[in-house]
Design a protein around this ligand. Structure first.
Ligand code: HSE
Length: 426
């Protein structure tokens, strides 16, 4: 028998009977599942001291070992760390319908099937907790559903994908995109298919969950407009630095007149923004509301022990709130999802270095209502590189202006447009 199989057998020892024992079923034994199993053993006494219940593994389900039905029968709480939609969805639904509390780190599942699961939890008096599904150990789910649940949230900005933040930090330091992505994979931040990270889809699923919690409206991945970092080049980062800007993949969920906007895209931040200093694989989320100005939380967004710490926190919350009326997610209220939002923009283009070029570009911007905030020009032999930052305008107007600028005879490469986040907090 292999060492891993022996360890699994030891973990699957039946929970010992006793008033203080809390039998926990563990679905999934990958990086996070194994870390949770270790922490349950290491921290069991401490949790018993805090809650009066000592969690003990009632069974572990892996691809090749264990029976879900048997684990469900033996458990009071089920921890789902399989990831993906099926079979995780079926197991979580079955557990909730059987009145078991569930803790999960599964962002796809909560994003795509949250309403079905929240309803199952409500109807069966079970709790469904998912702190680790968004931003790893950063306690943003708890803050939105408990600490700030009484106020009206205006906006959330998040760096909620560690892989892309790591890649952008490395590119800022001079590394190329491919090398930085390989490093992120080697360090274990990236998803099995890193396309989900670099395309912005992973961050979009997390922002959909945060929008649901902050605004009460159901948001699925298909409702989120997202762009990734694949098309960015080192020049974007180098030139922007001279304008005092740093580049991040930013998720935004905001309440606007007439609805809610949820989106993910690369964005420049000025140095004083709370997210500007978040480098490497870290995650951070800024929550804004009139009554609090803003709060920012940051920390590791991935990793075995880090994510397991958030799972353990949810387990404690389940034990502490057992017997209270239901989970912390209220019934949904549908709000319109808006697509065309205002933003400041950074524009980067190569033009012929001749009289009248700057005036012509500025003229197009002016016709579309874009006011220029700053300009930087560098000579490139017969050409010049022109970098501009506009004041806020709607994305549709900016796209029209960019299309028109691209048609001007002296423009050598189509303008590149990247949003700029301008918020300041005093
Ligand atoms: N691939 C994800 C990231 C892991 O890089 O943030 C956590 O969801």
């Amino acid at each position: 028998m292999s060492a891993e199989a022996r360890a699994l057998d030891a973990e699957q020892d039946l929970a010992k009977p006793g008033a203080s024992t809390l039998p926990v079923g563990l679905l999934g034994h990958g990086t996070v599942g194994a870390a949770v199993a270790r922490m349950l053993a290491d921290r069991g006494e401490a949790i018993a001291g805090l809650t009066g219940r000592r969690p003990e593994l009632a069974g572990v389900l892996t691809r090749s070992r264990g029976s879900f039905e048997e684990i469900l029968r033996r458990s009071e709480i089920v921890i789902e760390l399989i990831g993906g939609i099926e079979p995780a969805r079926g197991y979580v639904l079955a557990a909730l319908r059987a009145g078991r509390h569930v803790v999960t780190a599964n962002k796809q599942l909560i994003c795509e099937h949250g309403e079905e699961l929240f309803a199952a939890a409500r109807e069966n008096g079970a709790q469904l907790r998912f702190e680790a599904a968004v931003a790893g150990v950063v306690p943003v789910v708890r803050v939105l559903t408990e600490s700030l649940a009484g106020i009206e949230i205006r906006r959330i900005h998040g760096i909620v994908n560690g892989t892309t933040n790591f890649i952008l930090s490395a590119m800022e330091a001079g590394a190329d995109y491919e090398h930085a992505l390989t490093q992120a994979q080697e360090k274990g931040f990236a998803e099995a298919d890193p396309e989900a990270d670099v395309s912005g889809a992973d961050a979009a699923a997390k922002m959909a969950i945060l929008a649901r919690l902050a605004f009460g409206t159901p948001v699925r991945l298909a409702d989120v407009r997202y762009e990734g970092i694949e098309h960015l080049i080192s020049d974007d980062l180098q030139y922007a630095r001279e304008l005092g800007l740093g580049l991040k993949l930013i998720g935004t969920a905001e309440r606007l007149a007439g609805g809610v906007s949820v989106r993910v895209h690369p964005a420049f931040l000025y140095g004083h923004h709370p997210l500007a200093s978040i480098g490497g694989p870290f995650n951070a989320v800024t929550v804004e509301a009139d009554s609090i100005t803003e709060i920012t939380m940051s920390g590791p967004g991935a990793g075995g022990p880090q994510t397991a710490s958030a799972v353990l926190g949810d387990l404690l919350s389940v034990i502490s709130a057992a017997g209270s009326p239901g989970p912390p997610v209220a019934a949904p209220v549908a709000l319109p999802l808006l697509e065309d939002t205002d933003s400041a923009f950074y524009l980067h283009m190569e033009v012929a270095d001749e009289p009248g070029v700057l005036v012509a570009v500025a003229g197009v911007l002016d016709r579309w209502g874009a006011s220029v905030k700053s300009v930087l020009q560098r000579g490139l032999g017969e050409n010049a590189r022109l970098v501009m930052v506009t004041h806020p305008l709607s994305e549709s107007r900016l796209r029209s202006a960019v299309g028109e600028i691209g048609e001007l005879p002296f423009v050598r490469s189509p303008p590149r447009a990247i949003r700029v986040i301008e918020e300041e907090f005093e």
